[in-house]
Design a binder for this molecule. Structure first.
Ligand code: 6PG
Length: 265
């Protein structure tokens, strides 16, 4: 894990601009991955924030939908709630309604976490899927071209919740994680897998995230309480795509809304 982390911030005015900037980022990184490696393997999060970006990617009137190299894309999830795929809480259902039903991705390009199964079964099946898809051997870790993360007001990301067992899992790729305060099971990539991502970004919006963003990225290290601090990409760079409301307590950006600051450990 790098000793110092370069955090680049891209701050846009509002929610609509956040969705557009996220769609642009998805496309630009996917295009670069396809140019370099012939395909783009992207892992996405659930929750509410990415939904507007997914809708833009699926809108044929938008430039991002036209530019996205759909035929070279493979879609994975960062995490999933342990519910059936048609359940209102399902990350897959949110993504299917916002994007998958409207874009030319074949079923074998979409790798769903099977939330309807027993949590541990779903986790081990997804781990096997990753091992097969990425042709991993031994202790190798999959290297996604892009990983999109959200952050909860409690500082969780993926389904890595404060004080939960998954925070201590470093040997597996995917685990089932019980979330005490929701009394619910989740399936999640482990943080070492996320940190191997070639490009990792947080997509965060809203004034309610300003305080936690400041604690996570400028406050003292306390990963058990603030699991998002575990995200330190091996490449040494982490991107934050934020709206002004969520970025309010972070170091200021330049006039272009771009900024960089370093987090030393
Ligand atoms: C999930 C997500 C989770 C999400 C954060 C932020 O399954 O809920 O993967 O990590 O990114 O909870 O959620 P919002 O975007 O709804 O604020």
């Amino acid at each position: 894990m790098p000793h110092s982390l370069k955090i680049e911030t891209i701050v846009v005015p509002d929610t609509d601009a956040l969705a557009a900037r996220a769609a642009q980022h998805f496309v630009e990184v996917a295009e670069a991955a396809v140019a370099a490696r012939g395909r783009a393997r992207i892992a996405i999060s659930g929750g509410s924030t990415p939904k507007a970006a997914f809708k833009l990617l699926a809108d044929p009137a938008q430039p991002w939908c036209v530019r996205m190299p759909w035929q070279r894309l493979e879609l994975f999830w960062v995490d999933e709630r342990c519910v059936p795929p048609d359940h209102p809480d399902s990350n897959y259902r949110m993504t299917r309604e916002a994007m998958l039903d409207h874009v030319p991705l074949a079923p074998d390009q979409v790798h769903r976490m099977e939330g309807e199964l027993e949590p541990e079964v779903a986790a081990s099946r997804y781990e096997s899927l990753l091992r097969n898809t990425f042709r991993l051997e031994g202790a190798e870790t999959p290297r996604f071209d892009l990983i999109e993360l959200g952050m909860g007001p409690d500082g969780h990301t993926a389904s890595l919740f404060p004080h939960s067992a998954a925070l201590n899992e470093t040997g597996r790729l995917v685990v089932a994680n019980h979330v005490e305060n929701k009394d619910a099971w989740r399936v999640t990539l482990t943080w070492p897998v996320i940190n191997q991502g070639a490009s990792v970004f947080f997509l965060i919006g809203g004034a309610d995230k300003a305080q936690i963003l400041s604690e996570v990225f400028t406050g003292p290290r306390d990963t058990d309480r603030l699991p998002s601090q575990l995200i330190r990409p091996a490449k040494g760079i982490l991107t934050l795509i934020l709206d002004q409301a969520s970025a309010a307590l972070l170091p200021a950006t330049g006039g272009d809304g771009r900024g960089v600051f370093e987090r030393k450990e």
